[in-house]
Write a protein that binds this ligand. Structure first.
Ligand code: PEP
Ligand code: CO
Length: 454
């Protein structure tokens, strides 16, 4: 099949879809999807257009995308405190990055729907027994038993409601004053004052303080809605096409189709085949779309993919999320950026410095080293500066909790400490402190570049 037949929200069914669960009961699957189709959308088309406009600014270097959250959200962590703590760190990073770059930060959570995971192997061996892999809470349970690992389509219905609950509290926090600039700034001050890690960033924090004071001095009211409310968007890897189809709705004001399961969706490294079902589905919806690109890409295929997903070359429509790993980014990203620049594509280039840097420790825990994450980001920025293209955003796996999943950072978590608080359902996340440190480090990187170019 090729993508030249007319698009409908179920035309993807004529293509091959990788990484779909092996649902044991097809009637139960149809029932679950019918239920979801009748439920209200999670987001509204107008909001999606607003995000697309903000991303269009990011594609021109007039805004910067910060996307982050869990590798896999879990139903059991759908609590006010877990959501609040993650939102808090994202907002803190926003102030730091916004100040350093001198541009608005587009905030997108890997939240309210990040419940389905692609896996490199269909099964895993636990204590000598072969079990189907855990594929996210929307598919099966993570407990290592045959029963828990059996895919259950009712989990998609439950996932819809979990996403609703998450969305609802996010809207409350971001509209209700929790996200006010004064508060977020005060949290950053606290981090800088009260932790030895934070003290390294005192100078930058003082400059931010001065900028906010200056606003007050010139009579800008820090209570105005622009400064007390944050626009915050949701995203997830759009893996389960049945679920995405069930939430795809026609906008009554424009007649266009939107996938209303989240504002932004991305296509993973494992499901971006040119002739695959995921590309077919996403060529027809009007949301901003992300595509992960790793070392194993073919440049001509990426060009085709860009043309299929964004035939009108609309700015803000397409974000390419580079995930090469520290060892491969220079050799892999440079020619790709150059080739796509020649084509004149309007793109947001974002950097996922997590997925190419994963490795297992001697004890078998998956981890990532802070320094590799930071160095991949540095390489990403430097490549774009050199090629005169725009480093438009970053993409993190992170949490607001004090976990020990990634090694390094100025507290210098070492391999042996990982087991102390290793909570992730899937890949290792930055903890709150490591996330803030990275934001300060990136801020310094951006400011150093500005001053050398003055
Ligand atoms: C992810 O973002 O969790 C993921 C699976 O990434 P990738 O598709 O880049 O491997
Ligand atoms: Co991941």
């Amino acid at each position: 099949m090729r993508h030249h037949q007319p698009w409908t929200k179920d035309s993807w069914r004529n293509f091959s879809a990788l990484q779909q669960p092996d649902w044991p009961d097809h009637q139960a699957l149809d029932e679950a999807l019918t239920t979801i189709s009748a439920l209200p959308p999670l987001v509204f088309a107008g909001e999606i257009r607003d995000l697309k406009n903000q991303l269009a600014m990011a594609s021109r270097g007039k805004a910067f995308l910060l996307q982050g959250g869990d590798c896999a959200e879990s139903f059991s962590m759908c609590t006010a405190s877990a959501i609040r703590e993650l939102l808090k760190v994202i907002l803190q990073m926003t102030v730091i990055l916004g100040y350093a770059g001198g541009k608005p930060v587009v905030k997108v959570g890997r939240m309210a729907g990040q419940y389905a995971k692609p896996r490199s192997a269909d099964t895993e061996i636990v204590d000598g027994t072969e079990l189907p892999s855990y594929r996210g809470d929307m598919v099966n349970g993570s407990e290592p038993t045959i029963e828990a690992r059996r895919p259950d389509p009712q989990r998609m219905v439950k996932g819809y409601f979990m996403a609703c609950a998450t969305m609802n509290i996010l809207r409350a926090f971001t509209r209700g004053g929790y996200a006010a600039l004064d508060r977020v700034h005060a949290w950053n001050q606290e981090f800088v004052k009260n932790s030895p890690q934070g003290q390294l960033y005192e100078k930058l924090a003082r400059q931010i303080e001065q900028a906010i004071n200056f606003m007050r001095v010139v009579g800008l009211d820090t209570n105005m809605p622009q400064l007390t409310q944050a626009s915050f968007f949701t995203s997830h890897e759009a893996l389960l096409l049945g679920y995405e189809e069930a939430l795809t709705r026609q906008d009554s004001t424009t007649g266009d189709w939107y996938d209303c399961s989240a504002h932004m969706l991305w296509i993973g490294e494992r499901t971006r085949q040119i002739d695959g079902a995921h590309i077919e589905f996403f060529r027809g919806v009007h949301n901003p779309i992300g595509v992960k690109i790793g070392p194993n890409h073919n440049i001509d295929d990426v060009k085709r993919l860009v043309n299929i997903l964004n035939p009108e070359n609309e700015p803000g429509k397409l974000t390419l999320i580079a995930r090469f790993g520290i060892k491969k980014i220079a050799e892999g990203l440079t020619p790709l950026v150059r080739a796509l620049k020649t084509e004149g594509f309007n793109l947001v280039w974002s950097c996922d410095p997590m997925h190419g840097n994963t490795y297992a420790t001697a004890s078998g825990l998956k981890t990532r080293n802070f320094i590799n994450i930071l160095e991949e980001i540095r390489a990403f920025f430097e490549i774009h500066w050199q090629e005169d293209t725009v480093p438009g955003g970053i993409h993190f796996e992170m949490t607001g909790a004090d976990v020990t999943e990634c090694v390094g950072g100025s507290r210098d978590i070492v391999d042996q400490q990982l087991a102390q608080n290793y909570q992730t359902m899937c890949d290792p996340r930055l903890n709150a402190e490591q996330s803030l440190e990275l934001a300060f480090q990136i801020a310094q990187l951006i400011r150093d570049n500005c001053s050398t170019n003055l």
